[in-house]
Write a new protein. Structure first.
Length: 552
């Protein structure tokens, strides 16, 4: 009988090892084992759970013959059993549906499980998973069956590790190609939306997952804002805030978070929304620029998936590349906005300057023209591009303003506002020009630019001269009135005396002379009368350049 059992075990072992050798993908290895073991070992169900190092818990890898409700229970077994398994020892139990120490006894009873053999899956003396053999009838596993099952579990551990290693190698090669392609795509543009959309579309496709989201931190509020998504519905997007999720909190510290079963993991909120969306596993990785976390990438899987180290490293690498590309795109946006603002400011300033009626120009400390308004350009008869950057003094050939009197030079020398007036010959004659220069200082108080305003004050000068002439003539008028007043008294006395003499004159010749005197005195009286009654005057040309005053 013993020889028969050994032969049976040998055949089973050979078949299992043959099955294991036929596939290299560790998921296929697990699916093959749990599918074939019930028939080979006369059991009703089999499960394989793998150790998730990030949470130190065993997550479902493959199962056969059990309901999803039973597989989704929160506790695998009692604490004592799990302690034995973690120590590398197998545990065989019967009548498990009657075990009151088991927290999920109701589920066990509903599933009809009677006996369970739990075996650690070892690789290089480390527990990497659990193999469980289950029956719906009481069955006492013999020491030979347990020993054989342990040997089988060890082969499963080797097969899983080899499959993982092979898949890791394949993944690394594929991921290297993907890294190159995605890096080239995101670095080929400075458009932020294109960068974000490339990441959320290519990353889940590369990892054979359902969807991907990117959330960026707003520095002002420290709030995560969804900026790109792919593969998920609007209803799922609007489910609510996610800052309270522990997986997000951990990722924001800079560490990736892998969750095998989102429906039973305390690090996930909105479990019902994820169930409706068909999300079963997720990977959250931080978006970084150097050491600063600027956001979160979440890769969502619609099948239970234990993310491998190569997958996590791949996602982290893409996140680092994406973080740099996003930062570059953001910087480009800021620069573009700044340029637009500068252009708008330049247009505004140019509009203001062109509304200024006097000529205005700006000169730098090296005496180069950097800005001029439209009035100055029109006066010079040149286009802006012709004179910008030109030497300031080269703008004034034949100028009647010596350098030592130049207000721009005075400002550059003293740092104080300076004004100078001089004459300028134009086509229509001589003009007076007033030039006022003012300094623009830098942070150190040194002159960085000089603003010069040039005004044609010819009309002002003419008005001033006319006013001066009027003042002089007014003085003449006032003097004439005074003189007339002073003349009138002796004049009237002389006229009276002459008239008396006229009456007494016997000689006709003398009488005629007195009459002449009286007539002239009357003429003088009329003139003084006009002078005292004078209201105005005007200048009239006389002989040559001489002018006389005509009184009104």
């Amino acid at each position: 009988m013993e020889q028969i059992n050994e032969l049976k075990y040998l055949k089973v072992f050979q078949k299992v090892t043959k099955l294991i050798s036929m596939v290299l993908d560790h998921q296929q290895v697990m699916d093959t084992i749990v599918r074939e073991l019930p028939g080979l070992l006369d059991i009703d169900a089999a499960t394989i759970r793998l150790l998730d190092p990030s949470t130190n818990t065993f997550v479902m890898g493959a199962a056969q013959g059990l309901s999803m409700e039973y597989l989704s229970r929160s506790h695998i077994d009692t604490d004592e059993t799990m302690a034995m398994i973690n120590s590398g020892y197998p545990v065989a139990k019967t009548d498990v549906d009657q075990d009151t120490h088991f927290s999920d006894q109701v589920l066990v009873s509903q599933e009809g499980i009677k006996s369970v053999l739990t075996l650690p899956i070892l690789f290089q003396d480390s527990v990497i998973g659990i193999l469980r053999l289950l029956t719906r009838r009481n069955r006492i596993f013999t020491s030979e069956e347990i020993s054989f099952s342990m040997a089988l579990a060890e082969q499963v551990g080797i097969a899983i590790s080899n499959g993982r290693m092979f898949q890791e190698m394949e993944n690394q090669i594929d991921f290297m190609k993907e890294v190159q392609e995605i890096s080239a795509l995101v670095n080929s543009t400075l458009d932020l939306d294109s960068v974000l959309n490339t990441i959320v579309e290519r990353l889940p496709r590369s990892m054979s997952c359902k969807a991907c989201t990117i959330r960026l931190l707003r520095p002002q509020t420290n709030h995560l804002e969804l900026v790109a998504s792919h593969g998920i519905s609007e209803e799922y997007i609007r489910r609510g805030e996610i800052e309270g999720e522990r997986n997000i909190a951990v990722a924001l510290t800079g560490a990736p978070v892998s969750i095998f079963d989102v429906s039973h993991d305390e690090r996930v909120l909105y479990k019902e929304n994820m169930r409706k969306e068909g999300i079963k596993s997720l990977l959250a990785v931080p978006l970084k620029v150097k050491r600063e976390v600027i956001g979160i990438i979440r890769i969502l899987s619609d099948v239970h998936h234990c993310f491998t180290s190569s997958e996590i490293n791949f996602a982290v690498t893409i996140a680092e590349i994406g973080g740099t590309a996003i930062q570059n795109a953001r910087t480009y946006q800021k620069i573009t906005l700044l340029f637009n603002q500068v252009e708008e400011s330049e247009r505004f300033v140019a509009g203001v300057l062109n509304c200024i009626r006097p000529q205005l120009l700006v000169i730098d400390k090296d005496r180069h023209l950097v800005l001029a308004n439209r009035v100055f350009l029109a006066a010079m008869g040149k286009e802006e591009q012709e004179i910008l950057g030109a030497d300031y003094h080269s703008l004034w050939p034949g100028h009647d303003c010596p350098v030592e009197h130049c207000p721009v030079e005075q400002v550059l020398a003293t740092g104080q506002t300076a004004t100078h007036e001089h004459q300028l010959i134009k086509e229509d004659g001589m003009h007076w020009v007033e030039r006022t220069a003012s300094p623009m200082l830098d942070d150190t108080g040194q002159v960085e630019y000089v603003i010069e305003v040039i005004r044609d004050i010819t009309a002002k000068r003419q008005l001033e001269l006319e006013h001066l002439e009027r003042v002089k003539l007014q003085g003449v008028v006032e003097l004439a009135g005074t003189v007339a007043h002073e003349i009138n008294s002796p004049l009237f006395a002389a006229l009276g005396t002459a008239q008396l003499l006229e009456e007494e004159m016997k000689s006709e010749e003398l009488a005629n002379d007195v009459q002449t005197i009286i007539r002239n005195l009357k003429n003088i009286g009329e003139l003084t009368k006009k002078m005292t009654a004078m209201t105005g005057f005007e200048s009239r040309d006389y002989v040559g350049k001489t002018k006389i005053v005509a009184l009104r």
